[in-house]
Structure formats: C-alpha cells, structure tokens
Design a binder for this molecule. Structure first.
Ligand code: SAH
Length: 343
C-alpha cells in the first residue's frame, strides 16, 4: 500500500507504519526545520517515513537504521520512490549509536525507549524521544521501577508526572556522561509522549540539570502535591495523611519558549493551535485535576479558565495544561484551589 504523508510517498509493506502518529511527525518537521539544517539518525526507522520527511520538508541530512532486514528493504524502496539517496544501516540501534557519532538521534520505538537512551546520550547533541509505555511512566510502580528506575503511582494528573519521569530519566542518563539537558519542546498526545532536547557536555552546566531533578510528594486523599529537591523530605500532608514520594523526575522547564515561538511562526491550523497551548502553559511542575478535587469536595466543576483567572488575581502563576482541558498548572498550593472552588 502506498501512503502520502507530508511531502513523502511511503510504501507500507513489511514495516510498521502508524497513521495515528502523523500529527506527531508533522510537529517533528517543525522542530527539525526550526533547529535548522543538521544531521539526524532515524535510529528506529521502520518504513523511514520520519527521516524521509525530514529530508524533504526540513532540509536535514538523515541516516536510517532498522534492525529488521525487511524494514531496511522497505526503507531503500521508499528512498528510491522519493528520489533521494541516503545511508541505511541494518544494525541494533544501541550498538550503532555507540560506534558512530550522529549530531541528532531520533528514537521512535514501539513501547519503551528506555533501553536506547544510554547509547543515544554518548555522542548526540540533540535527542528526540517517543514513549508509548505510558503506564510505566505515570501509574504502574513495578513497570516504572523496571523501565525508568523511578517510583510512579496513579495521580489526578498522570501525564504531567509521566512526561517528567521520562525527561528525568533522560536527564539522569545524560548526567552519567557529564551532560546537561535542555528541553526544546515536549508534549503529550493520545497514547504517546514526545520530547525534543539538547544535550551539552559541560561540568558546570550539569549542576543546573541536577537542580532540575527531584520528586513530587503526593497525597492520594486530597491530591495535594509538593516539590521536593534531593535531600528534602516531607511526611504528612496538611490533611493529616501520609504523602507518597514520586520520582525521581524532572522539575525543570518542559520547553524553550523562544524555540516554541519560532515553531509557532511556521505552523498553521491544528498544529499552531496545539503549539499555542504548549506556549501558554506555565513553567511549574505541579498540576491539579479540577474534577478530581471537586469530587472530594462534592462541588460542581468550575470552568478551567475561571479557576486560572482567580489564581492569577491572587498573584499566582496559573494556566490550563495542553494535555487536559480540565487540569490547572499553578504554583499555588491546594488550599488556594480548594478555596476558589468553594467560594
Ligand atoms: N519510527 C517509525 C516507527 C518505528 S517502529 C515511524 O516513525 O514510523 C519500531 C522499529 O524499530 C521497528 O521497525 C523495529 O524493527 C525496529 N527495532 C526494534 N528494536 C530495534 C533495535 N534494537 N535496533 C534497531 N531497530 C529496532
């Protein structure tokens, strides 16, 4: 079967192709072209759709790889079909990333990217990662420990936690190679998370990355949350219950606002709308689900923007979350949100 996606014509035989990821790949093209002309390894290529689009739409120089020889045949056919020439490897991605240097590595696996991150951190200066194993990132503690060496439990805002556990894992891995990380843009959509970030080798800058790692203390009775840096502790919530400690995770920024601004200037339609929501989000690692809080209070759920405005008028930073229409991101503590809902 032949599929047209963006400027690419793609044969989807003998290799995995997911049409539902088109929106993600559309946004990726904006990311790649905003970075400017550079070299990318599409480390888990399947049909090669992402890399081929990066060549045709973002002017990048792309190398392809897939461990499956059948997928490699399909990638080669697709390159010919689009009249482009590029190097194609048939290797285990982790081995390849260790022995060869690539400026930018794109990891778009099925399921967990966990096992590929370490090798990707050795040489790359830019890293793009997809994760579809959301349970391990945001709610299932045994899977979280196995895949990301982090404790997770289901909260009222699983995606805020999940995205931060993923970035936290990348940061902790990068730190082992004395590298600092700087997220360019990260998002949650449907069944996946996607993160684009810069890696920089610098001893002094690793300190900044370490400061952006920590934990979130969470109360499963009232949904209160508190950020904890390394070495800090909390035992009891103000409601009297014990808090659970989630993490380690990333408590730093999820985006570079200037970078997202440049992406927005190239974007149209639904992509632009989505990016505007991302830009509007406040840079604070805590979020709250209004319906969950209201169910504890037995109150009806107020409009999200009404709560956001009231928090702002009290001097807090607040915004909706791009991944959820009824979640609020804010530096206000739960008491303020409860007070606003109750009055
Ligand atoms: N990035 C693709 C989808 C990739 S699906 C897209 O945008 O459409 C994941 C691919 O990774 C499969 O083709 C599979 O053969 C390949 N793969 C799995 N494990 C691998 C490994 N260790 N090294 C290289 N390729 C691998």
């Amino acid at each position: 079967m032949l599929v047209i996606e963006g400027k690419a014509k793609i044969l989807v035989e003998n290799a995995f192709y997911n049409p539902r990821m088109r929106f993600c790949r559309d946004l990726d093209m904006l990311v790649f072209s905003t970075i400017g002309k550079h070299e990318i390894l599409d480390a888990l290529s399947a049909t090669g759709v992402r890399g081929i689009r990066a060549i045709l739409e973002a002017g990048c120089e792309v190398k392809f790889n897939d461990a499956d020889p059948k997928a490699v045949e399909t990638i080669k056919k697709n390159l010919r079909l689009n009249e482009i020439e590029a190097e194609v490897f048939c290797s285990d991605a982790s081995l390849l990333m260790r022995v060869k240097k690539f400026e930018h590595i794109d990891l778009d696996p099925f399921g967990s990217p966990g096992n590929f991150i370490e090798s990707a951190c050795v040489h790359a200066k830019l890293l793009s990662v997809t994760a579809t194993d959301l349970e391990a990132l945001c709610c299932k503690s045994s899977a979280g420990i196995r895949k990301y060496s982090a404790f997770v439990t289901k909260t009222d805002v699983p995606h805020e936690i999940g995205l931060r556990v993923l970035i936290g894992f990348i940061a902790r891995t990068a730190l082992r190679f004395d590298k600092a990380i700087y997220p360019l843009v990260a998002w949650v959509k449907e069944h996946y998370y996607r993160v684009h970030l810069r890696l920089k080798r610098s001893n002094s800058e690793t300190t900044k990355t370490i400061e952006k790692l920590g934990y979130i203390a969470f109360c499963r009775s009232c949904f209160a949350k508190k950020i904890l840096k390394f070495g800090e502790c909390v035992e009891f919530c103000r409601c009297g219950k014990k808090m659970q400690i989630i993490g380690p995770l990333w408590i730093g920024e999820l985006k570079d606002s200037e970078f997202v601004g440049k992406m927005i200037s190239k974007a149209e339609g639904k992509h632009r709308e989505f990016l505007l929501k991302i830009r509007e989000e406040v840079e604070y690692p805590l979020a709250y689900s209004l319906p969950k809080i209201c169910s504890v209070l037995s109150r009806s759920v107020p409009p999200t923007m009404e709560v956001v405005e009231k928090l702002r008028s009290r001097g807090f930073i607040a915004s909706p979350a791009h991944y959820c229409g009824y979640c609020v991101k804010t530096d206000a503590d739960l008491e303020n949100i409860v007070d606003i809902i109750s009055t």
